[in-house]
Design a protein around this ligand. Structure first.
Ligand code: C2O
Ligand code: CU
Ligand code: CU
Length: 493
């Protein structure tokens, strides 16, 4: 197929050049907003968090009001502080005029409390799941998971961070003063219309590649600047974009230390100069600063020859992960309080043994090209497939025995990378194309990047919470792919 015919077949004109829009240059600097923390209210040893999904209007760009939705605020939500061992209740009130759900991404919770597409909260209703926090410290997040509408609701703001603390994270000398030297960075790209409103799906290409924007929001701040007051700062990086992958680095090429992956602390700090996070992946990094020496946190193009780069004809319409742009300007104060040295040892991560696996499940991700990309009909529909099928709420794809260990082997049979995410527990990556994972994929993960043509195997224990009637999800975390079929469900029973 020629390029012209290819573009036509996906509903594009060559004249329109619907490449992902180039990122805009920074205008003025705005202080980085820090979402307030929400520690809940304790009564009779249960900690209750009140969360209200509501409509709002947010001024991201000076002089322009953007209709948004948020939790307890107009855009995004508070950072939930959870403590291991606590009995918690997340009391969610839907004050929107549409249905929603709220999913606790990365948390190990009963299926009924998971906030997936089956746990719908009708407008005006409350949903109050309870569970015991039972996993190690880390950075997680929450977001809408409404069937076919996750992308749109997250885009408008239904997202927040979760910080889970435990005895080890309290004891380690890592920066942990929230908002001072322990900083959430919820990174998103957005596209605005001239009236200030968000410009969600406009063309078929927005669905096919996932939606790319030309402005960066960090914690809902455009052109953000952060002013450190300590010599070390921990950043909790969350890629909360619908589709864009970020390659985090600093403009002066400085080294930083990664201390956590999706599911929590690593075994030891990992020195690095760049770090790739696909949508929904998290990393905690610790960065050193000198007084009055500014720098900028940036996103680099994917490294040349990266296995995550879009291939073939599709690459021409998908330059979005190939740009360099600023994420956050950093301007340290004239005098900094000195932070303790980084610990050399962090967490112990018990390894699951492949010989304990009861089964290996093979899943193939694929996508159809051509018209009809936006055709979501009924509970199925869409043009993104797992094992040739699209998401169907009536179909439970796998029934898994409680407490068993399984290997999942995911193959990507398409021209672009898909970040594969599974609910219920954190997994460990066994191999990528037959080779052991790199050091940054050695820790606990709940999302893994699978490049075109790649095969990744991970191992996971399906512990606790048997419930034959309520399913957990697995899906691509490019939200437009998820919403258009690249999702499936399993029960633990
Ligand atoms: Cu971040 Cu199924 O979710
Ligand atoms: Cu999830
Ligand atoms: Cu995908």
């Amino acid at each position: 197929m020629s390029r012209r015919n290819f573009l036509k077949s996906v509903g594009l004109s060559t004249g329109g050049l619907l490449l992902s829009p180039a990122m805009r240059a920074v205008q003025a600097r705005n202080p980085l907003q820090i979402p307030e923390r929400h520690e809940g209210i304790t009564t009779n040893s249960r900690v209750t968090y009140s969360l209200r999904a509501q409509k709002g209007s947010t001024e991201f760009i000076p002089g322009l009001q953007t209709p948004t939705i948020g939790i307890n605020r107009s855009y995004l939500g508070p950072t939930l502080i959870l403590k291991r061992g606590d009995d918690v209740e997340l009391d969610v009130h839907n004050a929107l005029s549409e249905k929603t759900t709220l999913h606790w991404h990365g948390l190990h919770v009963p299926a009924k409390a998971d906030g997936g597409p089956a746990q719908i909260i009708e407008p005006g209703d409350r949903w109050s799941p309870r569970f015991t926090v039972d996993q190690s410290a880390g950075t997680f997040w929450y977001h809408s998971h409404l069937l076919h509408k996750t992308g749109e609701q997250v885009y408008h703001g239904l997202t927040g961070m979760i910080i889970l603390q435990d005895e080890l994270s309290d004891r380690l000398p890592l920066p942990n003063d929230y908002g001072v030297d322990d900083i959430p960075l919820i990174v998103q790209d957005r596209r605005f219309k001239s009236d200030g409103s968000f410009d969600y799906i406009r063309a078929h290409s927005d669905v096919m590649t996932g939606l790319f924007g030309d402005r960066i929001l960090v914690n809902g701040t455009v052109d953000a600047v952060f002013r450190p007051t300590t010599t070390r700062v921990r950043f909790r990086l969350l890629n909360a974009a619908n589709a864009r992958t970020f390659t985090f680095a600093f403009d002066d090429n400085r080294t930083f230390s990664q201390v956590a992956t999706d599911g929590g602390l690593m075994e030891k700090p990992l020195e690095r100069k760049s770090l790739i996070l696909a949508p929904s992946e998290r990393a905690e990094i610790v960065v050193e600063f000198n007084a009055s020496e500014p720098c900028t946190l940036i996103s680099l193009p994917l490294p040349a020859g990266s296995q995550f780069a879009t291939r073939g004809m599709m690459a021409r319409m998908h330059s979005g992960n190939d740009e360099r742009f600023d994420l956050l300007r950093i301007e340290p104060a004239a005098s900094l309080q000195s932070s303790p040295d980084l610990p050399t040892v962090l967490a112990k991560i018990p390894r699951l043994n492949p010989s304990d696996a009861a089964v290996t499940r093979k899943l193939t991700l694929s996508m159809a090209m051509g018209m009809g990309m936006m055709g979501r009909r009924g509970s199925g529909g869409g043009n993104f497939f797992i094992n040739g099928q699209t998401m169907d709420m009536e179909v439970v794809n796998y029934r898994i025995k409680k407490d068993t260990v399984e290997i999942w082997e995911i193959t990507n049979d398409s021209m672009m990378m898909h970040p594969f995410h599974i609910h219920h527990s954190q997994f460990q990556i066994l191999d990528r194309n037959g080779k052991p994972p790199e050091a940054d994929e050695h820790g606990l993960k709940d999302t893994v990047k699978i490049g075109p043509g790649e095969t990744v195997r991970f191992i996971m224990r399906f512990e606790n919470y048997a419930d034959p009637d309520t399913a957990y999800m697995y899906h691509c975390h490019i939200l437009e792919h998820e919403d258009n079929g690249m999702m499936g469900q399993f029960t633990v029973e």
